[in-house]
Design a protein around this ligand. Sequence first.
Ligand code: AP5
Ligand code: ZN
Length: 210
Amino acid sequence: KHILLLGPPGAGKGTQSKRLAEEFDLEHVTTGDALRSNKGMDISDMDTEYDTPGEYMDAGELVPDEVVNAIVEEALTSADGYVLDGYPRNLEQAEFLTDITDLDAVIYLSVDDEELVDRLTGRRVCPDCGASYHVEFAPPEEEGVCDECGADLEQRDDDTEETVRERLRVYEENTAPVVEHYREEGVLVEVDGEGSPDEVFETLVDVVDA
Ligand code: AP5
Ligand code: ZN
């Protein structure tokens, strides 16, 4: 299966994609994680504003299409089935995606803006194993410590309130039109992302199974 999960920053794309990938034995392809592993990559030869992906990310801006498209093309070519999360983020990326693959389901997780700010500013992540928590909504058993591997949890550099608001602005400007594009094509399935993680997951499983 080829599944696309769309939604604003903090909608729960990472949380749910990971679980869907396990449930249906698919590859979890996420441009956010791929870029975080390559924050310092030298892209200065590409005629871009900044010299590394990390500078765009910490400012809440989109990393240039050229960089991101290459990551996605490579990941999708080597994946049999996948859940794609964090891409496409503008209409140009959506067009590129149409050229390289076909999709079985396009799902949009909707969550209210103020809830998104609370989710992102309270998120804590494990630098060692990548597990994700929330200080209030999904706390680890011991405060500040990863349940999976015992490492100290950290806050993502772009999860400060100021950068979160910029990411939401960039989403409205660039990515909301992508959602509308799939809606107009009649392929979009909208799922309420405001239930508990388990409730949202159950709904997603039903959509993918349908
Ligand atoms: P990326 O890593 O993709 O970030 P994002 O889209 O902003 O999404 P997040 O990872 O912040 O949120 P999420 O929806 O995955 O939510 P999560 O499950 O963690 O991108 C980061 C940056 O990389 C971009 O700003 C850009 O610079 C660059 N980039 C990436 N892709 C790009 C592209 N295609 N083109 C150009 N640039 C690109 O959940 C959030 C929190 O809420 C967690 O704490 C979680 O525990 C909690 N939570 C989850 N579900 C629930 C629930 N149901 N109820 C309560 N709390 C919940
Ligand atoms: Zn960990």
